[in-house]
Design a protein around this ligand. Structure first.
Ligand SMILES: C[S@@+](CC[C@H](N)C(=O)[O-])C[C@H]1O[C@@H](n2cnc3c(N)ncnc32)[C@H](O)[C@@H]1O
Length: 233
């Protein structure tokens, strides 16, 4: 499944989250004070996490869940709190170490296996659900669909992920991002319209047993992201 565009982007994302932005990301995802703009992002991300968690049963005992692109582990810990066995994986070994340390004293953290690596690694095994919060937004839409299809082959119930919806605001941010030298900037976000991503998912033959379900856009200051559910009916 790993196309050249997926691998190239994956390399940029790993460099960005493991080195360029690791400290910023650790702070954003902590309780430490942040600037007004970042506070809007933090608030939006909290709402997005709550939205995705709201699409899963309150009791997750007996369920195995992949937190795909776990960052510093906030989603993984909420899933474990509800009783799930969680595999939390991220490209960034730095963020994975932070996650391990940050949640080590929580009683249910023993139900989380934190790993550094690619979320598409088939050796991770089978899952009841996959949750990927803002971890596919930097990949081109065809690569997102291939990733979802690859994961779906190992999933029983649902995949919840977010995409960057095509909005005027995101288009401006995308254009501004291109003004920065390549080494300094975040990997580009790849906006896609809701109708386009739904059409691409529906057209993929390996997703013929799956349907798109709920969708929810969250906009909070500089944060805009849209959750989408893919379920086995
Ligand atoms: C915007 S952050 C979100 C992190 C976390 N899901 C959260 O919401 O706090 C995106 C994360 O996805 C990870 N990521 C992107 N592509 C990945 C891949 N192919 N496999 C594993 N992690 C990936 C990045 O390293 C980064 O930590």
């Amino acid at each position: 499944m790993s196309t050249a565009s997926y691998l190239a982007r994956r390399g940029q994302i790993e460099t960005y989250f493991d080195r360029t932005a690791a400290a910023t990301w650790q702070r954003l995802t902590s309780d430490a004070p942040v600037s007004g703009i970042r506070a809007t992002v933090r608030a939006g991300r909290d709402r997005m996490r709550a939205t995705l968690l709201g699409w899963l049963p309150p009791d997750l005992h007996g369920r195995r869940i992949l937190d795909a692109g776990c960052g510093t582990g906030a989603m993984a810990v909420e899933l474990a709190r509800r009783g799930a066995h969680v595999v939390a994986i991220d490209l960034s070994p730095t963020l994975v170490s932070t996650a391990r340390e940050r949640w080590a004293s929580e009683p249910f953290s023993g139900a989380i296996v934190f790993r550094a690596g690619d979320m598409l690694d088939s050796s991770l095994g089978r899952f009841d659900h996959v949750v990927g919060m803002d971890s596919l937004i930097h990949y081109r839409a065809p690569d997102v669909v291939r990733a979802v299809a690859g994961l779906a082959a190992r999933v029983e119930r649902s995949l919840l992920f977010t995409f960057a919806p095509r909005t005027p605001m995101l288009s401006v941010m995308h254009a501004v991002g291109r003004l920065f030298p390549r080494g300094d900037r975040a990997p580009a976000i790849e906006p896609v319209g809701e109708a386009a991503i739904v059409r691409l998912l529906s057209a993929d033959p390996s997703l013929s047993d799956w349907r798109t379900g709920r969708t929810q856009r969250i906009a909070s200051g500089f944060y805009t992201s849209q959750a989408l559910e893919v379920v086995r009916p």
